[in-house]
Design a protein around this ligand. Structure first.
Ligand code: 5AD
Ligand code: SF4
Length: 453
């Protein structure tokens, strides 16, 4: 069997967060533009790309088991004299390229998150001039990543809800986190580029845009007037776009939540009344050692400020249990904070020691069994709150953005302003409609409702 360059098939697997998922889509766009064909299964590909996450150790372990499987496919392809390339992109590639080469010397190309736009060039070279040594691209100073996407993106059909990265990188250096090392320093795209990409998405049928950034509310981009714009300014500009029915953004840092953002939530009606605001811990001591730059009272102040402008505001959050030195008392403080805020949804994790972070070397690392115990307790309360939140939606009217046909006839599925899955019993709808739905029932992971006519 022979392949021409045009016929190479690639398979891409995404790990981790929404920023990665956006990057994976952009990688696909770039490759499709260069006449590569996307394969749905790893066994049908000549090029396997793992777009990796290194936030916790688990994601990292999963990668190495997937790499082992890809290696077998490579051996098989090579014994049939076919090309086969293994590419690792994303945060693991950036964090420890040497370790990757050592543990998986059969990887052909290693590309950090800020360099992924150079993937086509790397593949081209690797296919033309196969070499034993892997190609490594981990420069973080490059700011031209986003400028390559414009044209390529138009190749893919838009969906009802799409991600749009407006800011990348992090300067906060929370003591547990590898992100400042993997994604590099903060960089904000120009407002003109963001608006251009938003218009492209809308012209292809997108109705909801989810703005992404590691620290989306520290956005400082060049505005249309040449001055520096912050996130609220950008939100007001995006809200002017015709056809845009809903706007969301994440992830926000509590220290950057200002009066302007509260005003945006009070005044922009297409801005969803929900906010993902990671707190990590409810203890001032722990927050201090985490280098979060806010106190428990500051966090609660943010919640009050937003609720004063939008009483129907719902909050989701991230938590870390078992951070070095976390006492039972600290943990109780976290539970008390949870009781006060009442979250609509949350993610919680056991602290994971990460390379080259300040907390890696801190005293008082917590034993695994204590971390597990605390996580179970916390998750029980968070799950209960999520259930309560959903239960309280019964009888309420929610704005549902219809995304696709439902499982039953006469049923459409969509998402509420709080991101809940809602099945709507109505045949006259179509994807992209935004309808007011009276919630009548609740299943374990979704709501059910009808459009009142
Ligand atoms: N251990 C556990 N959780 C972590 N997070 C980030 N770094 C770590 C770590 N070392 C969590 C934080 C963050 C989310 C994206 O991942 O809660 O908000
Ligand atoms: Fe990591 Fe903190 Fe930056 Fe979030 S703000 S990416 S947790 S360093």
């Amino acid at each position: 069997m022979w392949h021409t360059m045009e016929m190479k098939r690639f398979f891409i697997k995404n790990y981790g967060c929404q920023m990665n998922s956006y990057d994976s889509s952009r990688i696909s766009d770039l490759l499709v533009k260069e006449k590569y064909v996307q394969a749905n299964k790893i066994t049908e590909a000549d090029i396997v790309i793992f777009n990796t996450c290194s936030i916790r150790e688990k994601a990292d372990e999963k990668l190495f088991s997937d790499l082992g499987r890809a290696r077998l496919l490579k051996v098989k392809a090579q014994s049939a004299y076919s090309d086969f390339l293994i590419v690792v992109t994303g945060c693991v590639a950036q964090l420890q390229p040497e370790r990757l080469v050592e543990k998986a010397p059969y990887v052909d190309i290693i590309i950090g998150p800020r360099e992924i736009h150079r993937i086509t060039q790397c593949l081209d070279e690797a296919l033309r001039h196969p070499s034993a040594a892997p190609k490594i691209l981990t420069d973080q100073t490059n700011q031209d990543k986003f400028s390559c996407y414009d044209e390529a993106q138009s190749l893919q059909q838009g969906e009802t809800s799409m991600f749009l990265t407006i800011q990348e990188g992090c300067d906060n250096f929370c003591s547990y986190c590898v992100v400042p090392r993997t994604r590099g320093r903060e960089f904000s795209r120009d407002a003109a580029d963001v608006l251009k990409e938003a218009r492209q998405l809308l012209s292809r049928g997108t109705k909801e845009i989810v703005l992404l950034g590691q620290n989306v509310n520290s956005y400082r981009g060049v505005g249309l007037d040449g001055k520096s714009w912050n996130l609220s300014r950008l939100l007001f500009a995006l809200a002017e776009l015709d056809e845009l029915k809903r706007l969301r953004y994440f992830t926000s840092h509590p220290k950057d939540l200002d009066e302007g953002m509260a005003r945006a939530h009070g005044e922009i009606n297409i801005l969803a009344p929900s906010l993902h605001l990671p707190v990590q811990s409810g203890s001032d001591d722990v927050l201090e050692r985490m280098n979060r730059k806010y106190s428990r009272a500051d966090y609660l102040g943010c919640i009050d400020l937003l609720r004063s402008r939008r009483p129907d505001m719902a909050f989701s959050s991230d938590f870390i249990v078992g951070f070095p030195g976390e006492t039972d008392n600290d943990f109780q403080e976290t539970l008390r904070l949870v009781e006060t805020v009442k979250f609509s949804q949350a993610y919680s994790f056991k602290y994971s020691q990460r390379p080259n972070t300040a907390a890696e070397r801190m005293e008082g690392q917590i034993p695994e069994n204590v971390k597990s115990e605390r996580l179970t307790i916390l998750q029980e309360i968070l799950n209960f709150q999520q259930d309560q939140f959903n239960q309280n939606c019964i009888g309420r009217y929610l704005e549902v953005l219809i995304t696709k046909r439902g499982r039953h006839e006469n049923q459409w599925n969509g998402r509420s302003e709080y991101s809940q899955a809602v099945a709507v019993e109505d045949n006259s709808l179509s994807a992209g409609d935004l309808v007011l739905v009276k919630i009548t029932d609740r299943l374990s992971h979704s709501l059910v409702g009808v459009v009142e006519k």
